[in-house]
Design a protein around this ligand. Structure first.
Ligand SMILES: *Cc1c(COP(=O)(O)O)cnc(C)c1O
Length: 365
Protein backbone atom coordinates (compact mmCIF):
# COMPACT_ATOMS: atom_id res chain seq x y z
CA UNK A 1 0.00 0.00 0.00
CA UNK A 2 1.27 3.42 -0.89
CA UNK A 3 2.50 5.76 1.79
CA UNK A 4 1.79 8.70 -0.45
CA UNK A 5 -1.45 10.31 0.66
CA UNK A 6 -3.04 13.63 -0.28
CA UNK A 7 -3.92 16.37 2.16
CA UNK A 8 -7.11 15.77 4.18
CA UNK A 9 -10.23 16.69 2.26
CA UNK A 10 -8.73 16.55 -1.23
CA UNK A 11 -10.45 13.28 -2.09
CA UNK A 12 -13.80 14.78 -1.06
CA UNK A 13 -13.58 17.20 -3.96
CA UNK A 14 -16.05 16.19 -6.64
CA UNK A 15 -14.68 16.64 -10.15
CA UNK A 16 -16.26 19.50 -12.07
CA UNK A 17 -18.74 18.32 -14.70
CA UNK A 18 -18.35 20.33 -17.89
CA UNK A 19 -21.19 20.82 -20.38
CA UNK A 20 -21.29 17.97 -22.87
CA UNK A 21 -19.99 18.63 -26.35
CA UNK A 22 -20.63 15.32 -28.15
CA UNK A 23 -23.50 12.96 -28.76
CA UNK A 24 -22.79 9.38 -29.77
CA UNK A 25 -23.63 8.84 -33.42
CA UNK A 26 -24.09 12.56 -34.23
CA UNK A 27 -21.50 14.20 -36.44
CA UNK A 28 -22.84 17.70 -36.38
CA UNK A 29 -24.14 18.96 -33.08
CA UNK A 30 -25.58 22.22 -31.85
CA UNK A 31 -23.91 22.83 -28.51
CA UNK A 32 -26.06 24.84 -26.15
CA UNK A 33 -24.66 23.37 -22.94
CA UNK A 34 -21.85 25.68 -21.82
CA UNK A 35 -23.16 29.26 -22.20
CA UNK A 36 -20.68 29.99 -24.94
CA UNK A 37 -21.16 32.88 -27.36
CA UNK A 38 -22.63 31.21 -30.48
CA UNK A 39 -21.19 33.99 -32.67
CA UNK A 40 -17.63 33.29 -31.57
CA UNK A 41 -14.95 35.82 -30.68
CA UNK A 42 -14.60 39.24 -32.28
CA UNK A 43 -12.70 39.10 -35.59
CA UNK A 44 -10.35 41.65 -34.02
CA UNK A 45 -9.63 39.23 -31.17
CA UNK A 46 -8.85 36.47 -33.66
CA UNK A 47 -6.51 38.81 -35.53
CA UNK A 48 -4.79 39.75 -32.27
CA UNK A 49 -4.27 36.06 -31.41
CA UNK A 50 -2.70 35.49 -34.81
CA UNK A 51 -0.53 38.57 -34.48
CA UNK A 52 0.71 37.38 -31.09
CA UNK A 53 1.76 33.94 -32.35
CA UNK A 54 5.23 34.80 -33.68
CA UNK A 55 6.26 36.13 -30.26
CA UNK A 56 5.36 33.01 -28.32
CA UNK A 57 9.03 32.39 -27.50
CA UNK A 58 8.91 35.52 -25.30
CA UNK A 59 7.66 35.43 -21.73
CA UNK A 60 4.57 37.55 -21.11
CA UNK A 61 4.45 40.53 -18.76
CA UNK A 62 3.78 39.68 -15.15
CA UNK A 63 1.77 42.80 -14.35
CA UNK A 64 -0.82 42.61 -17.17
CA UNK A 65 -0.60 46.41 -17.28
CA UNK A 66 -2.00 46.87 -20.76
CA UNK A 67 -5.04 44.64 -20.27
CA UNK A 68 -5.74 46.10 -16.83
CA UNK A 69 -5.53 49.62 -18.23
CA UNK A 70 -8.02 48.70 -20.94
CA UNK A 71 -10.36 47.16 -18.34
CA UNK A 72 -10.02 50.33 -16.27
CA UNK A 73 -10.86 52.56 -19.25
CA UNK A 74 -13.79 50.55 -20.51
CA UNK A 75 -15.39 50.03 -17.11
CA UNK A 76 -14.37 53.28 -15.44
CA UNK A 77 -12.38 51.47 -12.75
CA UNK A 78 -9.00 51.96 -11.10
CA UNK A 79 -6.67 49.66 -13.05
CA UNK A 80 -4.47 49.25 -9.97
CA UNK A 81 -7.33 47.46 -8.28
CA UNK A 82 -7.80 44.89 -11.07
CA UNK A 83 -6.26 41.42 -11.09
CA UNK A 84 -6.35 39.07 -14.08
CA UNK A 85 -6.53 35.30 -13.96
CA UNK A 86 -6.79 32.15 -16.00
CA UNK A 87 -10.53 32.54 -16.30
CA UNK A 88 -12.43 34.08 -13.44
CA UNK A 89 -12.16 30.57 -11.96
CA UNK A 90 -8.53 31.31 -11.14
CA UNK A 91 -9.38 34.62 -9.50
CA UNK A 92 -12.01 32.83 -7.41
CA UNK A 93 -9.35 30.31 -6.49
CA UNK A 94 -6.94 33.07 -5.40
CA UNK A 95 -9.69 34.40 -3.14
CA UNK A 96 -10.53 31.04 -1.56
CA UNK A 97 -6.85 30.17 -1.14
CA UNK A 98 -5.92 33.54 0.36
CA UNK A 99 -8.80 34.00 2.75
CA UNK A 100 -9.99 30.55 3.82
CA UNK A 101 -8.49 27.42 5.32
CA UNK A 102 -9.29 24.49 7.58
CA UNK A 103 -12.07 25.31 10.05
CA UNK A 104 -13.41 28.20 7.95
CA UNK A 105 -16.83 28.21 6.33
CA UNK A 106 -17.64 29.33 2.81
CA UNK A 107 -21.28 30.09 2.06
CA UNK A 108 -22.80 29.60 -1.36
CA UNK A 109 -26.41 29.21 -2.45
CA UNK A 110 -28.38 26.12 -3.36
CA UNK A 111 -28.27 26.65 -7.11
CA UNK A 112 -24.94 28.45 -7.09
CA UNK A 113 -22.04 27.71 -9.44
CA UNK A 114 -20.64 24.22 -8.78
CA UNK A 115 -17.09 25.57 -8.63
CA UNK A 116 -17.70 27.26 -5.25
CA UNK A 117 -17.73 24.13 -3.07
CA UNK A 118 -14.80 22.78 -5.09
CA UNK A 119 -12.77 25.94 -4.43
CA UNK A 120 -13.64 25.91 -0.73
CA UNK A 121 -12.50 22.30 -0.39
CA UNK A 122 -9.32 22.96 -2.36
CA UNK A 123 -8.46 25.54 0.30
CA UNK A 124 -9.29 23.07 3.07
CA UNK A 125 -12.38 25.05 4.11
CA UNK A 126 -15.92 23.82 4.61
CA UNK A 127 -18.55 24.74 2.01
CA UNK A 128 -21.94 25.66 3.47
CA UNK A 129 -24.89 25.53 1.09
CA UNK A 130 -27.95 27.68 1.86
CA UNK A 131 -31.40 27.44 0.21
CA UNK A 132 -32.72 29.78 -2.44
CA UNK A 133 -36.38 30.77 -2.76
CA UNK A 134 -38.07 29.98 -6.07
CA UNK A 135 -34.74 29.87 -7.89
CA UNK A 136 -33.69 33.23 -6.48
CA UNK A 137 -30.91 33.99 -4.05
CA UNK A 138 -32.46 34.68 -0.66
CA UNK A 139 -30.43 37.17 1.37
CA UNK A 140 -32.05 36.10 4.64
CA UNK A 141 -30.94 32.49 4.24
CA UNK A 142 -27.40 33.69 3.63
CA UNK A 143 -27.37 35.99 6.64
CA UNK A 144 -28.87 33.31 8.87
CA UNK A 145 -26.07 30.92 7.93
CA UNK A 146 -23.25 33.28 8.91
CA UNK A 147 -21.23 32.14 11.92
CA UNK A 148 -17.95 33.20 13.52
CA UNK A 149 -16.26 30.76 11.19
CA UNK A 150 -17.66 32.27 7.99
CA UNK A 151 -14.96 33.89 5.87
CA UNK A 152 -16.43 34.04 2.39
CA UNK A 153 -19.81 34.32 0.68
CA UNK A 154 -20.11 33.55 -3.03
CA UNK A 155 -22.96 35.29 -4.83
CA UNK A 156 -23.52 34.84 -8.56
CA UNK A 157 -25.54 37.76 -9.85
CA UNK A 158 -27.17 37.09 -12.27
CA UNK A 159 -27.20 33.42 -11.30
CA UNK A 160 -26.14 30.29 -13.14
CA UNK A 161 -28.10 28.07 -13.79
CA UNK A 162 -31.11 30.06 -12.59
CA UNK A 163 -30.73 33.11 -14.92
CA UNK A 164 -32.39 35.24 -12.22
CA UNK A 165 -30.81 38.08 -10.28
CA UNK A 166 -31.31 40.00 -7.09
CA UNK A 167 -31.65 43.78 -7.02
CA UNK A 168 -28.99 46.24 -5.91
CA UNK A 169 -31.15 46.91 -2.86
CA UNK A 170 -30.96 43.23 -1.90
CA UNK A 171 -27.20 43.12 -2.47
CA UNK A 172 -26.90 46.23 -0.27
CA UNK A 173 -28.97 44.54 2.43
CA UNK A 174 -26.69 41.50 2.23
CA UNK A 175 -23.58 43.65 2.62
CA UNK A 176 -25.06 45.58 5.52
CA UNK A 177 -25.91 42.34 7.27
CA UNK A 178 -22.51 40.67 6.86
CA UNK A 179 -19.93 41.05 9.64
CA UNK A 180 -16.83 42.95 8.53
CA UNK A 181 -14.68 39.82 8.69
CA UNK A 182 -16.69 38.19 5.90
CA UNK A 183 -15.71 38.76 2.30
CA UNK A 184 -18.49 38.90 -0.28
CA UNK A 185 -17.59 37.76 -3.80
CA UNK A 186 -19.99 39.01 -6.47
CA UNK A 187 -19.45 36.78 -9.49
CA UNK A 188 -20.53 38.84 -12.49
CA UNK A 189 -19.90 36.28 -15.21
CA UNK A 190 -23.20 37.22 -16.88
CA UNK A 191 -23.22 40.97 -16.11
CA UNK A 192 -23.16 41.97 -19.79
CA UNK A 193 -26.48 40.22 -20.43
CA UNK A 194 -28.55 42.00 -17.78
CA UNK A 195 -31.65 43.78 -19.08
CA UNK A 196 -32.11 47.52 -18.76
CA UNK A 197 -31.17 50.76 -20.49
CA UNK A 198 -28.24 51.50 -18.23
CA UNK A 199 -25.34 49.02 -18.55
CA UNK A 200 -25.14 46.91 -15.40
CA UNK A 201 -21.79 47.44 -13.67
CA UNK A 202 -21.67 43.96 -12.17
CA UNK A 203 -21.43 45.26 -8.63
CA UNK A 204 -18.37 47.52 -9.07
CA UNK A 205 -20.02 50.30 -7.07
CA UNK A 206 -20.33 47.97 -4.09
CA UNK A 207 -16.61 47.24 -4.31
CA UNK A 208 -15.87 50.96 -4.24
CA UNK A 209 -18.09 51.49 -1.21
CA UNK A 210 -17.11 48.50 0.94
CA UNK A 211 -13.72 47.05 1.90
CA UNK A 212 -15.07 43.49 2.03
CA UNK A 213 -16.55 43.11 -1.47
CA UNK A 214 -14.87 41.66 -4.57
CA UNK A 215 -16.32 41.50 -8.08
CA UNK A 216 -15.21 38.95 -10.67
CA UNK A 217 -15.80 39.09 -14.43
CA UNK A 218 -14.91 36.91 -17.38
CA UNK A 219 -14.01 36.90 -21.06
CA UNK A 220 -15.57 33.45 -21.41
CA UNK A 221 -19.18 34.42 -21.94
CA UNK A 222 -20.21 37.52 -23.93
CA UNK A 223 -16.70 37.93 -25.37
CA UNK A 224 -16.76 34.40 -26.75
CA UNK A 225 -13.34 33.45 -25.37
CA UNK A 226 -14.06 30.48 -23.10
CA UNK A 227 -11.23 28.57 -24.75
CA UNK A 228 -8.71 31.36 -24.10
CA UNK A 229 -9.16 31.38 -20.28
CA UNK A 230 -9.09 34.98 -19.12
CA UNK A 231 -11.04 36.59 -16.31
CA UNK A 232 -10.49 39.35 -13.81
CA UNK A 233 -11.36 40.62 -10.38
CA UNK A 234 -11.85 44.08 -8.86
CA UNK A 235 -11.38 44.84 -5.18
CA UNK A 236 -9.75 47.19 -2.70
CA UNK A 237 -6.03 47.60 -3.21
CA UNK A 238 -5.18 45.67 -0.03
CA UNK A 239 -7.07 42.64 -1.30
CA UNK A 240 -5.51 42.82 -4.77
CA UNK A 241 -2.11 42.98 -3.10
CA UNK A 242 -2.91 39.77 -1.21
CA UNK A 243 -4.24 37.96 -4.28
CA UNK A 244 -1.17 38.90 -6.35
CA UNK A 245 0.99 36.99 -3.89
CA UNK A 246 -0.66 33.67 -4.70
CA UNK A 247 -0.84 34.39 -8.44
CA UNK A 248 1.83 32.81 -10.58
CA UNK A 249 3.85 35.55 -12.27
CA UNK A 250 3.17 34.26 -15.78
CA UNK A 251 -0.37 33.00 -15.33
CA UNK A 252 -1.57 34.63 -18.55
CA UNK A 253 0.22 34.09 -21.86
CA UNK A 254 1.05 36.98 -24.15
CA UNK A 255 -1.44 35.49 -26.58
CA UNK A 256 -4.17 35.50 -23.90
CA UNK A 257 -3.43 39.06 -22.89
CA UNK A 258 -3.41 40.47 -26.43
CA UNK A 259 -6.52 38.57 -27.49
CA UNK A 260 -8.57 39.53 -24.45
CA UNK A 261 -7.60 43.18 -24.81
CA UNK A 262 -8.61 43.26 -28.48
CA UNK A 263 -11.93 41.62 -27.63
CA UNK A 264 -12.58 44.11 -24.85
CA UNK A 265 -11.90 47.10 -27.09
CA UNK A 266 -14.21 45.93 -29.89
CA UNK A 267 -17.28 47.58 -28.37
CA UNK A 268 -19.29 47.37 -31.62
CA UNK A 269 -18.96 43.60 -31.70
CA UNK A 270 -19.91 43.40 -28.03
CA UNK A 271 -23.06 45.45 -28.70
CA UNK A 272 -23.90 43.20 -31.64
CA UNK A 273 -23.55 40.07 -29.48
CA UNK A 274 -25.66 41.63 -26.72
CA UNK A 275 -28.42 42.56 -29.19
CA UNK A 276 -28.49 39.12 -30.80
CA UNK A 277 -28.62 37.46 -27.40
CA UNK A 278 -31.44 39.70 -26.21
CA UNK A 279 -33.43 39.08 -29.37
CA UNK A 280 -33.10 35.30 -29.48
CA UNK A 281 -33.42 34.92 -25.70
CA UNK A 282 -36.89 36.45 -25.77
CA UNK A 283 -37.83 34.59 -28.92
CA UNK A 284 -36.79 31.25 -27.43
CA UNK A 285 -38.53 31.88 -24.11
CA UNK A 286 -41.76 32.77 -25.94
CA UNK A 287 -41.56 29.69 -28.18
CA UNK A 288 -41.08 27.44 -25.17
CA UNK A 289 -43.86 29.14 -23.20
CA UNK A 290 -46.20 28.56 -26.15
CA UNK A 291 -45.73 24.80 -25.78
CA UNK A 292 -46.06 24.86 -22.01
CA UNK A 293 -42.42 25.06 -20.98
CA UNK A 294 -42.01 27.85 -18.43
CA UNK A 295 -38.86 29.80 -17.58
CA UNK A 296 -37.96 32.72 -15.36
CA UNK A 297 -37.18 35.96 -17.19
CA UNK A 298 -33.53 35.46 -18.07
CA UNK A 299 -30.88 38.07 -17.26
CA UNK A 300 -28.20 35.92 -18.89
CA UNK A 301 -27.35 34.14 -22.15
CA UNK A 302 -29.30 31.02 -21.26
CA UNK A 303 -32.80 29.97 -20.33
CA UNK A 304 -33.68 27.59 -17.53
CA UNK A 305 -36.52 25.62 -19.11
CA UNK A 306 -38.80 23.96 -16.56
CA UNK A 307 -40.66 20.72 -17.16
CA UNK A 308 -43.23 18.87 -15.07
CA UNK A 309 -40.64 16.70 -13.36
CA UNK A 310 -37.24 15.09 -13.82
CA UNK A 311 -38.71 12.30 -15.96
CA UNK A 312 -40.08 14.79 -18.47
CA UNK A 313 -36.87 16.84 -18.51
CA UNK A 314 -34.82 13.70 -19.11
CA UNK A 315 -37.17 12.51 -21.84
CA UNK A 316 -36.96 15.89 -23.56
CA UNK A 317 -33.18 15.83 -23.26
CA UNK A 318 -33.13 12.43 -24.99
CA UNK A 319 -35.17 13.83 -27.89
CA UNK A 320 -32.87 16.84 -28.14
CA UNK A 321 -29.82 14.59 -28.24
CA UNK A 322 -31.37 12.45 -30.95
CA UNK A 323 -31.54 15.64 -33.01
CA UNK A 324 -27.95 16.58 -32.18
CA UNK A 325 -28.92 19.39 -29.80
CA UNK A 326 -26.91 19.40 -26.57
CA UNK A 327 -28.26 21.27 -23.55
CA UNK A 328 -27.28 21.08 -19.89
CA UNK A 329 -28.99 18.87 -17.35
CA UNK A 330 -29.02 20.64 -14.00
CA UNK A 331 -29.99 17.90 -11.54
CA UNK A 332 -26.51 18.38 -10.06
CA UNK A 333 -27.53 21.97 -9.32
CA UNK A 334 -30.64 20.80 -7.49
CA UNK A 335 -33.11 21.53 -10.29
CA UNK A 336 -33.72 18.08 -11.83
CA UNK A 337 -36.96 19.14 -13.54
CA UNK A 338 -35.17 21.76 -15.65
CA UNK A 339 -32.78 21.95 -18.60
CA UNK A 340 -30.39 24.87 -19.06
CA UNK A 341 -30.36 25.99 -22.66
CA UNK A 342 -27.77 28.47 -23.89
CA UNK A 343 -29.21 31.08 -26.24
CA UNK A 344 -27.73 30.05 -29.57
CA UNK A 345 -27.62 31.84 -32.88
CA UNK A 346 -30.79 31.85 -35.00
CA UNK A 347 -30.19 28.34 -36.31
CA UNK A 348 -29.49 26.95 -32.84
CA UNK A 349 -32.53 28.61 -31.29
CA UNK A 350 -34.83 27.44 -34.08
CA UNK A 351 -33.47 23.90 -33.79
CA UNK A 352 -33.93 23.64 -30.04
CA UNK A 353 -37.38 25.27 -30.13
CA UNK A 354 -38.53 22.90 -32.90
CA UNK A 355 -37.21 19.87 -31.04
CA UNK A 356 -38.91 20.81 -27.77
CA UNK A 357 -42.13 21.54 -29.60
CA UNK A 358 -41.95 18.12 -31.31
CA UNK A 359 -41.26 16.50 -27.94
CA UNK A 360 -44.23 18.21 -26.31
CA UNK A 361 -46.56 17.34 -29.19
CA UNK A 362 -45.28 13.76 -29.27
CA UNK A 363 -45.89 13.47 -25.54
CA UNK A 364 -49.46 14.67 -25.95
CA UNK A 365 -50.24 12.42 -28.92
C1 LIG B 1 -18.96 30.68 -16.78
C2 LIG B 1 -18.92 31.14 -15.38
C3 LIG B 1 -17.77 31.71 -14.87
C4 LIG B 1 -16.60 31.97 -15.77
O1 LIG B 1 -15.60 31.08 -15.59
P1 LIG B 1 -14.23 31.33 -16.37
O2 LIG B 1 -13.26 30.63 -15.51
O3 LIG B 1 -14.02 32.80 -16.42
O4 LIG B 1 -14.39 30.73 -17.72
C5 LIG B 1 -17.74 32.15 -13.57
N1 LIG B 1 -18.84 32.03 -12.79
C6 LIG B 1 -19.97 31.52 -13.26
C7 LIG B 1 -21.16 31.46 -12.38
C8 LIG B 1 -20.05 31.04 -14.56
O5 LIG B 1 -21.17 30.50 -15.02
Amino acid sequence: MTQITPQPGIMEIALYQAGKSHVAGQERVIKLSANENPLGPSPKAIAAAQAAAPDLHRYPTTDHASLRAAIGDVHGLDADRVICGVGSDEVLQFIAQSYTGPGDEVIYTEHGFSMYPILARQAGATPVCVPETERRVDVDYILNAVTERTRLVFLTNPGNPTSTMISDAEVARLIEGLPQHVLLVIDGAYAEFVRGDVPFNGGAAFVDAHPNVIMTRTFSKVYGLGGLRVGWGYAQREIIDVLNRVRQPFNLSNLSLATAEAALLDRDYLAHCQQENAKWRDWLAAELAAVGVASDESQTNFILARFADQAEADACDAVLQSRGVIVRKVAGYGIPEALRITVGDEEGCRAVAAAIKAFKEGARA
